[in-house]
Design a protein around this ligand. Sequence first.
Ligand code: NDP
Length: 247
Amino acid sequence: MFHYQAPSQLLKDKVILVTGAGDGIGKTAAITYAKHGATVILLGRTTKKLDAVYDLIEKNKYPQAAIVPLNLDGASEHDYLALSNTIKSEFGQLDGILHNASLLGQRTTLTNYDPALFEQVMRINVTSQLLLNQALLPLMEKAEDASIIFTSSGVGRTARANWGAYAVSKFATEAMMQLFASELAEISPNIRANAINPGATRTNMRAEAFPKEDPNTLPTPEDIMPLYLYLMGKDSLTINGQSLDAQ
Ligand code: NDP
């Protein structure tokens, strides 16, 4: 496991957007960031789940969160601009994005892969990250320091049979992270971009991918939070363009 002991108010006064914040790793990351002082913007497609995370943050008296119900499949440029305008008017700043939402897609060979599903996985797992960054970078440029975290996977580094569009999308995510990291270093050196490979973690997606596995043998999202905190906070200011393992 990645070792890092975050100061209790590491993210004080920071505004951080988390995608896929209603469940799994994104939910835990959002709560963990709020616990460390951040105002978190919870983006996801199931409002009921986002409401539950919002309530939990409120119950714990962490900084009040915000909810953005948005289906990243089919969201338009207009939706992303509206999001950017809302963040600007409500908070006036954006210091971090955790690109976490993903679709697993089919577990089958590429030969048999449904082309429509392939495109859907690429839209949610890849294109939406580009559109979010394009809409939100102007706001992040004004931050003293800002962090963009992408979410990779073991199959985003070495593809394995039957991981289909998901593996392709995670390779693309690694490339996108590297491109943003090197390009922003030139034009907005206050913004860094890195990726996290969470490793096998106890969530619905993992259970869908490995239905026969006993979830109790896996680390929980809480266990892998040290790297999520490290890369979001100021102790990682000099880290840019890296893809790191949470476990
Ligand atoms: P979950 O399936 O538990 O959570 C994924 C989240 O993404 C959900 O909140 C889901 O919303 C949201 N989401 C999915 N599609 C959309 C969409 N179209 N629009 C908006 N939100 C959407 O997955 P994990 O927590 O396991 O995964 C988190 C990240 O970690 C992913 O990027 C995954 O690829 C990566 N990862 C996970 C591993 C693991 O072992 N768990 C291993 C390696 C990588 P809803 O709840 O409404 O469906």
